[in-house]
Design a protein around this ligand. Sequence first.
Ligand code: UN1
Length: 513
Amino acid sequence: AASFGINKALEQLGVKETNLGTSIGSEFFGTGETIASYSPVDGVLIAKVTSTTPEDYEKVMTTATKAFMEWRTVPAPQRGEIVRQFGEKLRELKEPLGKLVSYEMGKSYQEGLGEVQEMIDICDFAVGLSRQLHGLTMHSERPGHRMYEQYHPLGVVGIISAFNFPVAVWAWNTALAWVCGDVCVWKPSEKTPLCGIACQNIIAEVLKNNKLPEGISCLINGDYKVGELMTNDKRIPLVSATGSIRMGKIVAQKVAARLGKSLLELGGNNAIIVTPDADIKMTVIGAVFGAVGTAGQRCTSTRRLIIHESIYDQVKNAIVDAYKQLKIGNPLDQNNHVGPLIDTDAVEMYEKALQKAQKEGGNILVAGGVLKGEGYESGCYVKPAIVEAENSFEIVQEETFAPILYLLKYTGGVENAIAQQNGVVQGLSSAIMTNNLREAERFLSAAGSDCGIANVNIGTSGAEIGGAFGGEKETGGGRESGSDAWKIYMRRQTNTINYTTELPLAQGIKFDL
Ligand code: UN1
């Protein structure tokens, strides 16, 4: 861990050898079993974190609930000021935090920095939003009456995040939730607990400097059992969960059983449609970054290319050529394009997926494989693979969190490509590469892509924070980040005020006493 300045980064972020993993602001405690965090970069133990026991959790929830009573009455623009200060701290610590993300999760340092940039961007967005939590006013049907609506703070928001965006997803939720007047309890992935400790240290300092109740930001750690404490907890009106479809179905049912709200960001099976009018050079860049960026571990990663038969060979050859340039290795070394997968379990899933693709009749164009030898000691480095396949293959229908790209062919009009693109259970991100206006508009129309994100001449990944982020069907339907995604973090109230001395009833009902 001595190389690439990791030790210094850990020190700057306040990450110790063993960290207490339950926290209310700057107070860290916890006696649960320790979770060891190994880096997929070099297989070295980075540090340990204690997990949260049910008793620890009770303490968190009691304090968080109390903190909410106070925080909800702080004017929203003042809450925005706290988020502004948080964004400033993130600017100061962008490099060490980006480095920790890279080292603990395995994405490239550039992408680690990009992730922290997303946190900074959402803070800026939230600061502006803190003066724009607007409701509408309506005209009453009754004389001397006025109607309007307000958005009030909701309560304690539970956040369950995944390893692949170990810091940004938390910030998308918290930055909005905090300006909305909520307090947050966060369970990061047990695969990236140190990113959680680092982020909590950053916000804790801001809360302390402003003498605010520290329960505004709480951290819990552990596996799904710790997450379940939140999904079953009536004191948590909203659970925001990012992860697999399997996890999302469990969370959704548990939260719905108590009529809570859930915001789900689940799997994607994102495709780029490449039409005869596509710019091939742009297609190659978009597709390759989409497929191998973050080693194929984004929920927006490009998993399928749906290519028109007339340009199929040309596109195929260009992409296969581009794959030859890819350098795989230590993600902190900026000469490398592709880092490791998160752990050896992920490597196993990747290998199984490739075997299955072949068994189902897929044609391996760029062979995968696990890398061995110097620099690959962690056992987590794999070669990005390309397989010619059919959309109907079972394995193509699944989201494999690894750099495997499936090439699919279509004939005839763009509607045939759209049918393949929509022909999966997931509905997160989608893209079309075309200079043909008719094709592009059709793709964006009501009869076009059924995804939450649909792009023209851009790949499937790398969404900006300003838009609402999320997807349809088994992706879970939640929306985070920009646009009006903030509304789910608030409770809506319709108010009708009568300023007369009469009490007329709505709908003209007569009720004389
Ligand atoms: C995720 O993979 O969970 O659009 C989120 C993107 C990023 C976010 C991905 N802004 O690729």
